[in-house]
Design a protein around this ligand. Sequence first.
Ligand code: PEP
Length: 253
Amino acid sequence: MSTLWVGTSWKMTKTLAEAEEWAGGLRDHLAGSAPAGVQPFVIPSFTATTTVRGVLGEDSPVLLGVQNAHWEDAGAWTGEVSVPQAKDAGAQVVEIGHSERREHFGETVETTRLKVAAALRHGLTPLLCIGESAEVKESGGSSAFILEQAAGALAGLGEEELARVVIAYEPIWAIGEKGRPATVAELVDPFAALGEEYSGRVAGLLYGGSVNLDNAADLLGIEHVTGLFVGRTAWKLEGYLELLRIAAAHAAA
Ligand code: PEP
């Protein structure tokens, strides 16, 4: 079975003290090794990147990410952070194309493509988020829409580069406070479409959107799903640890 990626983005939450507490608790719980078959990752705000790296330590089994990075290596891009800067701060993963960035910050298929390429160029793992709106879902176009988002962002990559990419399918209607949890039945077709194109070719095909302790095991049971990308449920360390346990049990089954 593929390694199950289980991680969280903290979005725009947590002070440095809160970040330290969460990361320190995770470090102590794992005591140097990830649960068998599970790849944990955490994506704090930029401000907490070096703090979390310091708390986890250089050899941590937990991958550290940033929630965005610019495609240029350096230059006159006020307010932006580059992939080399993120790497310098200890990041190994770059989240790209979250729906909130597409909606509020002008992220497009073209900018996601440039950012995926920048992450790969510097040896970081691109975590590409894709997902359709409720309107697209209602029109029956979910699979075509997400395949187009993925194909645009991954255009031109060779198989070796593709093998370093993680894709997270996060339907917009299912994420965050305003979202509602997707049912397994609703996710079977989108994952069948993604699986047909990318299963075995990318490092992970994750599901994200209102993942909680009650639905996590069922979500991991969907064909082609190889991990979970989680917001609210994992912001409390106990929630994240429980998700790691659920994933470990799934990996062992
Ligand atoms: C998200 O916003 O990407 C997300 C997965 O959040 P939540 O788990 O809180 O729905």
